[in-house]
Design a protein around this ligand. Structure first.
Ligand code: NAP
Length: 324
């Protein structure tokens, strides 16, 4: 069986829906694990196995992957380092004790190309530690294999990279600690549901005797078809805003000025802390340096090869998103 955990989030439910659509025998071959299996509505009535586990309750991970050969482990949603890495490690250890032989880990497309294992971004550190842990396990045990899929930066996550710019209530500037006027290196934006589809297709290739070796012990980067500078991103957002903001521009500010903005603090307030999000906004801000260094602008052909078509253009995804 192929297992997916956690299966109910944005990326997880996309992987689930594509696996259900593409899998030759969904009922006998799929195991979806979530802390709230009731949320797995797309999978109900399909005969697939549904189980409950929580990253933060280690006892629930014990035995929950039994019967699965391959686990697609979706990263713990956090921007902390230690707790996030330890959560992944615990889930991988429990999976191996249950007989899982291959882990496909959904990492993040900071760090540049697939061969690079370094990033200056806070948000990438737990991913890099998890990637390294998987490599070490493989070195110690030949019968264990992995695939690291660095998921590109979601087109839908543009607010995080534009100081929570809102196209329905537009401001005149995007104030971020980035290169002047948003010039220079940018982001190879990619649609989240296409990442889900590509990840599902890789999982199914891994389950097939003829194509599994192609993906074993590899790191791949799933990116959009081209890199958008943040100046180009701002121009597009300005055009699609209501009312349109043809002069929307990126203004370079310090990390402190960036983190002092009310909408930024509100955006980061979902993370633990009692300072309204400011601490995490400042911590996360080295993502801008990583973007300037080109970590998020790498374009690969893997999406096109796996999907069998060009990935959807950022502009089209944004138009769809803002129309709904
Ligand atoms: N590539 C990108 O651009 C990008 C952008 C944003 C985030 N990410 C990261 O990519 C990963 C997947 O993102 P997403 O878009 O699917 O996020 P999401 O929509 O917020 O989903 C998060 C998932 O994690 C589950 N979860 C939270 N805490 C859990 C716990 N203690 N134990 C088990 N499951 C838990 C949630 O379960 P419930 O449904 O039960 O709440 C949900 O399934 C996350 O690590 C996220 O931080 C990537």
């Amino acid at each position: 069986m192929l297992a997916v955990f956690p299966a109910s989030g944005g990326l997880g439910s996309s992987i689930v829906s594509h696996l259900l659509a593409l899998s030759p025998q969904p009922s006998s071959s799929l195991l979806f694990v979530s802390r709230n299996p009731d949320k797995l509505t797309a999978a109900k009535g399909k005969g697939v196995t549904l189980r409950q586990a929580d990253y933060d309750q280690p006892e629930t991970l014990e035995g929950v992957f039994a019967g699965a050969e391959t686990l697609c482990l979706i990263s713990y949603p956090s921007i902390q380092i230690e707790h996030r890495f330890e959560s992944h490690k615990r889930a991988i250890e429990a999976a191996r004790r249950s007989g899982v032989k291959h882990v496909i880990y959904t990492s993040l497309a900071f760090a540049g190309g697939p061969e690079s294992t370094e990033s200056v971004a806070q948000v990438m550190q737990a991913h890099l530690r998890t990637e390294q842990y998987l490599r070490e396990l493989q070195e110690q045990d030949d019968s264990f294999t992995f695939t690291i899929v660095r998921e590109g930066l979601y087109s839908e996550s543009f607010p995080i990279y534009t100081a929570f710019y809102s196209p329905s209530s537009p401001s005149r500037t995007i104030r971020i600690p980035h290169a002047p006027a948003g010039a220079g290196r940018g982001i190879a934006w990619v649609k989240r549901d296409e990442l889900g589809e590509a990840t599902a297709r890789i999982l199914l290739s891994l389950a097939s005797a003829t194509s599994s070796s192609e993906w074993k012990n590899r790191t791949v980067v799933l990116s959009g078809a081209r890199e958008w500078s943040l100046a180009e991103t701002a121009q597009l957002l300005g055009r699609l805003s209501s009312p349109p903001q043809p002069d929307l521009r990126v203004e370079r500010v310090s990390v402190e000025e960036y983190a002092a903005q009310a909408q930024v603090q509100e955006g980061f307030a979902v993370y633990p802390g009692d300072d309204g999000g400011r601490y995490w906004a400042e911590k996360w801000a080295n993502a801008w340096e990583a973007i300037e260094r080109g970590e998020t602008g790498v374009v690969t052909t893997t999406m096109r090869e796996v999907l069998g078509r060009e990935p959807e253009d950022f502009e089209e995804t944004l138009k769809e998103m803002l129309a709904t």
